[in-house]
Design a protein around this ligand. Sequence first.
Ligand code: ATP
Length: 239
Amino acid sequence: RAFAPLLTVEGLQVRYGAIQALRGVSLQVGKGEMVALIGANGAGKTSTLRAVSGMLKAAAGRITLEGKDTTSLKAHQLVPRGMAHAPEGRGIFPNLTVQENLELGAYLRRDTARIEQDMEKGFTLFPVLKERRRQLAGTLSGGEQQMLAIARALLSKPQLLLLDEPSLGLAPQVTETIFRTLREVNATGVSVLLVEQNAHLALNAAHYGYVLETGEVVMAGAGKALLESAEVRRAYLGE
Ligand code: ATP
């Protein structure tokens, strides 16, 4: 791996009552790296992200960010440490405007002058959000809501952006726009941990990938290498 370690997850277990959703997941995301987590429905992708971002309690295992143990920290304690999560279902506030949703992304920041500047940066990444800034977020299209979720997450100035299924329910062209922008964001140094059902898209964009099956990592490798693996092609690319 050509990147210095940023996030390290070791032996992560998650349980929902009697259901063991994660059976000891280990993975790494480097500084400036884009990492994809792929796998079938129910494999544990969302549970992994939720545990990493402090939305869910780990039953066992250890999570560190820049060498500091964050295993038992909650989401609101992780945001100031540079972690931002654009969750499944996007988590935007439908009855607030686009602008208000973006302002919430910056709620922990005190550098108000820079927030304005960073909001403009977000509008450069997704120009449609600027046109819609006074519109209620709930009236945006699915693609626009996804863009808003990403732009809002970026306003906390994360080192690590966690993204759950950014392509879900979106037309291929919109998905393409979102992934192009994600690569741009990643190229500025923001690390990305991306959960995707669309394995082809995710592995193409990512430096490195992990394949989850029933709560365990069963394969890992460079994005391009996984794309070429016969097993991945058969199981996840429908070939
Ligand atoms: P998908 O792509 O369908 O979202 P996933 O890979 O993200 O799937 P998870 O959502 O992490 O998978 O789910 C992993 C397992 O945990 C599944 O068997 C699921 O049914 C179970 N699970 C998830 N959330 C809960 C919950 N709140 N209560 C009980 N079981 C849950």
